[in-house]
Ligand binder design. Structure first.
Ligand SMILES: Cc1cc2nc3c(=O)[nH]c(=O)nc-3n(C[C@H](O)[C@H](O)[C@H](O)COP(=O)(O)OP(=O)(O)OC[C@H]3O[C@@H](n4cnc5c(N)ncnc54)[C@H](O)[C@@H]3O)c2cc1C
Length: 480
């Protein structure tokens, strides 16, 4: 029996300290800022627990029945089934929940496929972690970027005592950590948080060269959330995305948090940080999941654009067809990259079936331009229609205002209530505060654009194209 949504919601009642507006909030599962997204995550767990939905498989390491998204793919068929399940989860949120439990779940699965990439003291910890995530269907979020203090220096150079989370004390039974990490999306509603550092550190940064996992309710851990958008939303009719999918992002502050040794993966090991993400295949598998989700989101945005154009009766105009065609091309590119990464997948030395890095990072390298372009096309198509809407659904329920809305905010074959609903959805996708946060998310979730383009550069495989050009150049010269 895998975990249900009700089990997940019940587990949120712990000692977690999540701060909003200067004070800790209690009972996350019922707080207006967190209840909506927690309910969405609960739906994902219910979906996965349904034997008819295709998520369940036997865990080859434990024999338990678990969600396949928490098991390392060990064949092409496994990888295809992983994609299908990740797509099904993404489809449930239409791609608007970036850090659903399969994201860090994929990292955990790849870590465990490569215990040799970790110091031998910690190898069993990563396999036990993966088994626990699978057995208990844990929702793990992550915080792997240092706080934005200075990007010209690293943590050892920063004034003050342990600004980036680092080791405050070594004990026989574990470490005590102090400091902060930049952001954990979904952290407030997760079970546990994986904390590490993917930004390169130097030899003087060993105090900060850590990888560990911590329960959100651990003593001394504080989460400072950015302003949540769901509480200000007037209704799900007015803000259909904000009211379901506002994941919240939180700065993590560790006030002397004890981490027992069995939750530590990397300890004072700068090189080990890179190995953990890249030698294990975790970065490829986790980011492939992210592209699967992104492809679903682009399809949803394409659907909104197509429907808006039809409602406004411009969808047969050549100029509009061109815009919709560009949108279709952009969405198809991401879908194709997901499939190309699967097509070019191969087993690594430990049998983990890795999506092809060239196709994956190629798509990721364009994401910071592609997503804003998609939003620009949608903004272009909706025009002022997203503002020619009543201030809230109350104008549709009030007999005083409804007749005017019915008469003046309609389109042929689309009564006012349907038209307003569509354009409010479009606004929540391109213009609301939630939409603005998503714009930033898609540009930065996998690293700043220059970092992600660096992955594309390193994984393209320039040797072949270079050799081809050298050959070509060698075939002619200055005439004698
Ligand atoms: C909505 C959202 C959710 C997030 N969720 C998570 C999460 O769940 N977990 C997590 O760990 N992180 C999360 N992040 C953080 C994310 O990983 C970082 O934003 C990302 O790694 C980039 O780091 P940064 O924001 O500090 O940008 P910086 O590294 O400060 O870069 C910002 C800009 O400065 C310039 N710049 C900086 N350095 C250079 C350089 N060396 N060369 C050229 N240009 C440079 C570039 O213009 C760059 O785009 C999230 C971010 C966002 C926006």
């Amino acid at each position: 029996m895998t975990r249900t949504g009700a089990d997940y919601l019940a587990a949120l009642k712990d000692d977690r300290r999540v701060f909003l507006d200067g004070a800790p909030v209690g009972d996350i599962a019922h707080h207006p800022a967190f209840a909506p997204v927690a309910a969405t995550i609960a739906e994902l767990f219910d979906r996965a627990a349904d034997p008819a939905a295709g998520f369940l498989r036997t865990d080859p390491d434990t024999g338990a029945t678990v969600n396949r998204l928490f098991v390392a793919p060990r064949s092409r068929e496994d990888l295809t089934a992983f994609r299908e399940s990740a797509t099904a989860w993404a489809r449930h949120t239409h791609g608007w929940v970036g850090r659903s439990p399969d994201h860090v779940g994929a990292f955990a699965a790849a870590f465990a496929a490569h215990p040799e990439a970790f110091d031998e003291r910690f190898a069993d910890n990563v396999t036990a972690f993966r088994e626990r995530v699978a057995r208990d269907s844990l929702y793990v979020s992550y915080a792997i970027i240092p706080p934005q203090v200075s990007r010209a220096s690293t943590a050892h150079d920063w004034d003050g005592d342990l600004i980036q989370v680092g080791i405050a004390e070594e004990r026989a039974d574990g470490i005590v950590v102090r400091g902060a990490q930049m952001l954990a999306t979904g952290g407030a509603v997760a079970d546990e948080i994986f904390v590490s550092c993917i930004k390169p550190l130097g030899p003087e940064d060993t105090d900060f060269a850590l990888g560990f996992v911590v329960p959100v309710g651990a003593a001394g851990l504080k989460l400072y959330c950015r302003r949540p958008y769901a509480p200000a939303a007037t209704s799900s009719y007015d803000y259909p995305l904000t009211t379901r999918y506002d994941e919240t992002d939180a700065l993590l502050v560790f006030e002397d948090v004890f981490i027992p040794w069995d939750r530590v993966f990397v300890h004072r090991d700068v090189a080990g940080l890179r190995k953990q993400f890249f030698d294990t295949g975790a970065h490829v598998l986790g980011n492939w999941q992210a592209q699967i989700r992104f492809a679903v989101k682009l399809q949803f945005l394409a659907g909104i654009a197509r429907k808006v154009a039809a409602v406004n009766q411009v969808d047969r105009l050549p100029g509009v067809v061109e815009k919709l065609g560009e949108l279709a091309s952009l969405a198809s590119l991401v879908e194709s990259a997901v499939l190309a990464a699967e097509y070019t997948s191969e087993p690594d030395a430990q049998g983990l079936w890795r999506p092809g890095a060239r196709a994956l990072y190629g798509a990721m390298g364009l994401q910071a331009e592609l997503y804003p372009r998609v939003l620009a096309i949608l903004r272009d198509l909706v025009g002022g229609g997203v503002l020619q809407v009543p201030s809230s659904v109350a104008d549709l329920t009030s007999p005083v205002t409804r007749p005017d809305i019915d008469r003046y905010v309609q389109s042929p074959d689309t009564p006012a209530a349907e038209r307003v609903k569509l354009f409010k959805l479009a606004w929540d996708a391109v213009g609301s505060e939630f939409a603005g946060r998503h714009h930033q998310y898609e540009m930065f979730y996998a690293g700043a654009p220059f970092v992600v383009k660096g992955y594309a550069f390193r994984n393209y495989g320039f040797d072949g194209p270079l050799a081809e050009v050298e050959d070509f150049l060698a075939g002619y010269g200055v005439p004698a």
